[in-house]
Design a protein around this ligand. Structure first.
Ligand code: ASP
Ligand code: MG
Length: 412
């Protein structure tokens, strides 16, 4: 059994979906096909929600209509009827003022629509396959927008559904799940990779493949750096480090479920299915040999100092991280001195509330608009070069890894 995950870019056009069918038809094994929302649909659905939040129904409807029109255009090109789209009107939101809850009820429609279209097209192409509803099979708690998966319940539900359908190929949604009482949830942006890994783990897959619009895992983002090289194989631990540092290639949560069962993860180019791509597995030889550059954008650096000038480490660490955890901030870097602690976090909509709370307890400084550059396998020369002409607010270096927090205007 294999798991193939196709991201939004892979299913953004009718040609993309036809390519999915070609790739799927070349696999003779049992196959779980995990799909993301098509193209930039998730962003578009976020705009619908933003419009609903400010009661701009005209704008919400306009954004929604263009999402439907985009999918209908793809259906036309695939010679499928518009009725394939399972949700045609903006879903009723029980409590529009609860942003996170509403987000999940609305934004999950992107994957429900894309998976339905992909299943319909595969079936039309002669590939017998069943559609699975992950809002019923991936059981989560109620942490909307960052739902925690109930692993044992989900494993059982998924196994039963697969056994019952008795099809060789199944099409299902990444990114979304559901609570026991029937509400839809999402796992966090880019969460489809994580779904693919969980499905691989639950069903003891032989491998998981993430099909992408890049040749595999590169040592830097080709949009930012010239002369990138492909990393043909990586150990799980290296892959975790890379994705955590901000490499956009795989979601950080993807690795653990695979590592636990020693399931290899392939990252392959969607446009060239025969190419080797990159393989992440337990037996990969040694650390990655080339320097790897990873950008994590849109960071906020928060520095706290106890108001009474107590020694910060002993007394404030717990309070700081309790606040960070409760406001769901994602920490990318930590640094402490005797009287201050600095953390950099992703700039999300939760940051403002966390800052207000921190300011009531500590003396607080913060800087927005930063990027964290991590260089793995660095040398003093590389570091010197990267520092030049940049305003660096904080840096951390060990023998082989450097992390620079940089003012964003200077990054690229
Ligand atoms: N569609 C979701 C997103 O854009 C999930 C994913 O693509 O992995 O974040
Ligand atoms: Mg994606």
């Amino acid at each position: 059994m294999r798991v193939y995950k196709f991201g939004g870019a892979s299913v953004a056009t009718s040609e993309g979906i036809q390519n999915v069918a070609r790739i799927v038809s070349q696999c003779q094994d049992d196959l779980m096909v995990v799909v993301s929302a098509m193209g930039k649909t998730t962003n578009a659905l976020e705009r619908v929600l933003d419009a609903l939040m400010i009661d701009d129904m005209v704008l919400a409807q306009r954004e929604w209509d263009s999402i439907i029109a985009y999918h209908e255009h793809i259906l036309d090109q695939l010679a499928l009827p518009h009725e394939v789209i399972p949700i045609r009107t903006i879903p009723e939101l029980a409590d529009k003022n609860d942003y996170d809850f509403s987000y999940d009820q609305l934004v999950s429609t992107g994957e429900l629509i894309s998976s339905t279209i992909v299943q319909a097209y595969l079936a039309q192409s002669g590939i017998e396959c069943a559609w699975l509803d992950m809002t019923k099979l991936l059981r989560t708690d109620h942490t909307y927008r960052d739902a925690k998966v109930d692993l044992s319940a989900s494993e059982q539900l998924l196994r039963e559904a697969v056994a019952e359908s008795a099809k060789r190929v199944h099409v299902l949604q990444g990114f979304i799940g559901g609570t026991a009482d029937g509400y839809r949830t999402t796992l966090g942006r880019e969460g489809s990779d994580y779904t693919a890994a969980l499905v691989g783990n639950f069903l003891n897959a032989d491998s998981v493949t993430i099909w992408k619009d890049v040749p595999g895992i590169l040592n830097a983002d080709p949009r930012l750096v010239k002369n990138t090289v492909l990393i043909p194989e990586l150990r799980y631990s290296d892959a975790v480090e890379l994705s955590y540092s901000g490499a956009q290639i795989i979601h950080p949560k993807t690795i653990r479920p695979l590592e636990n069962k020693r399931i290899p993860l392939f990252v392959k180019p969607f446009g060239d299915p025969q190419a080797a791509g990159s393989k992440i597995h337990a037996d990969a030889k040694g650390p990655v040999q080339v320097p790897v550059y990873i950008w994590r954008k849109n960071q906020v650096l928060i520095t706290i100092r106890p108001k009474d000038f107590a020694f910060v480490l002993e007394e404030s660490l717990n309070a700081l991280f309790e606040i960070i955890h409760r406001h769901r901030l994602k920490v990318s870097l930590i640094q402490a001195s005797a009287v201050t602690i600095s953390v950099s976090v992703d700039h999300t909509r939760y940051v403002a509330a966390a800052l207000t709370e921190l300011a009531s307890r500590f003396t607080l400084n913060y800087n927005e608009g930063l990027s964290l550059l991590t260089i793995r396998g660095t040398t003093p020369e590389i570091l010197e070069q990267e520092r030049q002409g940049r305003e660096i607010l904080l840096s951390q270096t060990t023998r082989r890894t450097a992390r620079l927090l940089i003012k964003e205007t200077h990054t690229c």
